[in-house]
Ligand binder design. Structure first.
Ligand SMILES: Nc1ncnc2c1ncn2[C@@H]1O[C@H](COP(=O)(O)OP(=O)(O)OP(=O)(O)O)[C@@H](O)[C@H]1O
Length: 337
């Protein structure tokens, strides 16, 4: 399949922002929702904006999709300025916002079908694409009901299906999986992956699900208080942080003695709390057996040992001192990465 460098007619970045800033005014106070974003996204990338509620993710997407104008700074999408060339930007993108887009009195199937026709598919191709998307989002048996009579989750799935109809060169998805059950979240991820891999669609999505950013995106841009605080692959972000080696000892004295030895592990950050020692180091997993043997020989044996690979939440915690999980609406669904 062709890659979307050719679909957009550009070999440079398909999204480029410089000092992109957006303020809101509420009760005479200025809210700096997005603060000087400098960003480049190349054709064919799958990027996740990860951040807590209120970080500025939606505002960024709304500027990139021309729905709101920047307060200052510039943004180009598909080579077009988002303020001066709104129509050209809109022709190059698909956008699934956080709200429900589908008309409520129409049947779900007709909504998808008419979008497909509106985007120039033949009747036959439109029907095939409609059925494919309804099937992919588990909507086939609900598709003959008016949208108003679908559940919240079913409507959300219909919105995402409609957003995927046209297969645009650049697709923006604002929290596409919020409100979806785990199975439909997986279905969505499959669709997103397929668009990216098979058609080379550049995809920018926002999420506060750590697992989603981790599983899906080649590149994770962590946003907090309207600024980029990290930008790399999930694997690189995590490995830079290193593994956590948690150890319990018989007494606080033993823990303190052990911590002195643990400090010798290259690049280790060691924290002692009572009889508990936590060590974080890039290769903590590899260093642990030697350290345990060393401590036993020194007369301070480890009573309990746990080695945990870093999660994106650890990355966020390390960068901001706060946990992203506090912002997750369904923390119980979060499995460690
Ligand atoms: N229309 C608006 N008027 C005033 N303030 C706004 C408006 N839209 C967003 N904000 C504020 O701007 C900041 C960034 O909001 P934004 O919706 O971009 O964050 P987000 O990262 O997308 O969060 P969420 O995950 O909750 O959508 C927040 O403080 C929010 O309250």
């Amino acid at each position: 399949m062709e890659k979307n460098t050719s679909r957009t007619g550009s070999s440079g970045p398909v999204i480029r922002t410089s000092g992109l800033t957006r303020h809101y005014t509420r009760n005479k106070q200025t809210i700096e929702a997005v603060r000087g974003l400098d960003l480049e996204v190349a054709a064919g990338e799958l990027v996740a904006f990860l951040g807590p509620n209120g970080a500025g993710k939606s505002t960024t997407l709304r500027m990139l999709t021309t729905l709101i104008a920047p307060t200052s700074g510039t943004a180009e999408v598909a080579g077009h300025d988002v303020v001066r060339e709104r129509a050209a930007v809109r022709r190059s993108i698909g956008y699934v916002g956080q709200g429900n887009a589908a008309g409520h009195q129409f049947r779900g199937r007709d909504e998808v079908m008419s979008q497909a026709r509106a985007h120039g598919l033949s009747r036959q191709d439109a029907r095939a694409r409609t059925e494919e998307l309804l099937e992919a989002f588990d909507l086939t048996e609900h598709a003959d009901r008016p949208v108003a009579r679908l559940s919240g989750g079913q409507r959300r799935r219909l919105d995402v299906a409609i957003g995927l109809v046209q297969e645009p060169p650049i697709l923006f998805l604002d929290e596409p999986s919020t409100g979806l059950d785990p199975q439909n979240r997986v279905n969505l991820q499959e669709q997103v992956r397929r668009l990216n891999a098979e058609l080379g669609t550049t995809i920018v999505l926002t999420t506060h699900y750590l697992e989603e950013a981790d599983a899906l995106a080649g590149r994770v841009i962590v946003i907090d208080h309207g600024q980029v605080i990290a930008d790399d692959s999930a694997a690189a972000l995590k490995s830079a942080l290193g593994d956590l080696v948690a150890m319990d000892f018989a007494s606080a004295d033993a823990a303190r003695a052990a911590a002195e030895r643990a400090d010798r592990v290259a690049g280790a950050q060691v924290v002692v709390t009572g009889s508990h020692v936590e060590l974080r180091a890039a290769f903590g997993r590899d260093a642990a057996p030697g350290l345990v043997a060393d401590l036993a020989a020194a007369g301070t044996p480890v009573i309990r040992l746990e080695v945990v690979g870093p999660t994106l939440d650890d990355v966020f915690l390390n960068l901001t001192g706060r946990s992203l999980r506090e912002n997750q609406s369904t923390p119980s669904e979060g499995a460690a990465a």
